[in-house]
Design a protein around this ligand. Structure first.
Ligand SMILES: [Zn+2]
Length: 423
């Protein structure tokens, strides 16, 4: 009874303070979660809220310089205890240890994006977001704020980044740091051209390293790169992580490949700005894991896999007629994509369709990126990553799949590159 009485007093006081009705105030107070008692509880609550919103999160379970750290897609989130530490500030100080900190001091949350923020000569300023303090909020509100700030930083850095070089294959204009350079800085490839047969470079470890470095050091990398990352993961399968670890170590790279290379579904995908967002992706933030993007796309468009098979069958029937074969035999035609190949590469098709829709929306003054449909030439990549695969089948999943998915998400966007099998 005493507790109830105290709660009624709280509700009345809140109603008076906020000029709300008693019922409104009771609802507002009732929905407010109690504040987490410790830094690790707050970290776990933010992790859960970020994952629920579709963000990939890697947790550092060992405190870093007195703080707890989360790597969330393109962002780094740090939790720190206010006040002076009670010991010398060394790496293993724990914000929840009373020997290290006064536990009555408040917890603060800071946001950086990209994870490694630095001064940029090209921008004439610090890139992205450099350790902004987010202020006291519930974990859910923190995620909304993280998303808002990362989206704004990307928009700002995209607007300020000079576009001053051309892709060596397609000629489209990009920033020099946004291209894949193999051994010659004069020769750079955009996300639509790295798998083109005209590219002299078939080096998965170096390409993966370029994608990682871009993601660590910029929030404004072209949105087509996550499609490339997803395709590398699908091609390499579970063995990709050890291949990258081995080759990066041999190249004296100082970090190991992260969870983002463990599965295509862990790829961070940038989404189109809200005002140009396909309805299927409306519920998501500025980006999400490919796993969440795939669910959103397929929930909104459950017909896509059937559309793919119908289109494939139709083209096989035509091809059989042209070759003088019975079109009715298309069902069992050896050129049909095996179900296992389809299932393995379908997420990469979604990553390219969504990522390139984002790239197109973010670069309205540029040529659209769908010429990629003429640049899926994967035989040499398959030779390196999984020779048992049939390159024709893998290319079919992408050449049919990408435009089918794109046209479902954003109808009538490109007449030039349709879902018909390119000649
Ligand atoms: Zn290009």
């Amino acid at each position: 009874m005493t507790r109830d009485h105290r709660r009624k007093q709280q509700i009345r006081a809140h109603a008076a303070r906020t000029d709300r009705s008693y019922a409104d105030a009771a609802t507002a107070l009732g929905s407010a979660a109690p504040p987490p008692a410790s830094a690790s509880e707050l970290r776990d609550a933010i992790t859960a809220a970020l994952r629920a919103a579709g963000w990939p999160v890697e947790v550092e379970y060992v405190p870093q310089a007195g703080g707890l750290v989360l790597w969330a897609g393109p962002a780094k989130v740090e939790l720190r205890r206010g006040g002076e530490p009670r010991r010398l500030l060394v790496n293993d100080l724990d914000p929840d240890d009373p020997e290290d900190f006064d536990l009555t001091a408040p917890l603060g949350v800071t946001l950086s994006a990209p994870p490694f923020v630095d001064y940029s000569e090209r921008l004439g300023r610090i890139i992205g977001i450099d350790g902004v303090v987010l202020g006291p909020r519930s974990p859910g509100q923190l995620v909304v704020e993280i998303d808002r700030q990362v989206a704004r930083a990307r928009q700002q850095d995209l607007a300020d980044t000079p576009v001053d070089v051309n892709c060596s294959i397609c000629g489209d204009a990009f920033s020099v740091n946004d291209l894949y350079h193999a051994d010659d800085v004069q020769y750079g490839l955009c996300p639509s051209c790295v798998f083109d047969g005209d590219s002299p470079y078939v080096d998965p470890a170096h390409l993966a390293l370029t994608i990682d470095q871009l993601a660590f050091r910029s929030v404004a990398a072209p949105a087509g790169w996550p499609g490339v990352q997803a395709l590398l993961c699908c091609l390499g399968g579970p063995a990709l992580l050890s291949l990258l670890a081995r080759e990066w170590k041999a190249a004296r790279v100082t970090w190991l490949p992260g969870e983002n290379w463990s599965s295509a579904l862990a790829t961070w995908v940038w989404l189109p700005p809200k005002e140009q967002r396909p309805p299927a992706l409306a519920e998501l933030g500025c980006g999400a894991t490919l796993e969440r993007v795939c669910s959103a796309v397929e929930d909104a468009h459950p017909e896509l896999r059937d559309v793919f098979r119908a289109r494939e069958l139709e083209d096989l029937r035509v091809a059989r007629m042209e070759d003088g074969d019975d079109p009715a035999g298309a069902d069992d035609d050896p050129f049909r994509v095996a179900q296992a190949v389809f299932d393995r590469f379908w997420p990469a098709a979604i990553a390219f369709a969504v990522g390139l829709l984002t790239q197109q929306a973010e670069r309205p003054a540029h040529r659209d990126p769908w010429h990629i449909l003429e640049s899926f030439e994967l035989a040499e990549w398959i030779e390196v990553l999984d020779p048992a695969l049939d390159d024709f089948q893998v290319e079919c999943v992408l050449r049919y799949g990408v435009p089918i998915i794109r046209d479902a998400l954003a109808p009538r966007l490109s007449d030039e590159y349709s879902a018909d099998f390119p000649a």
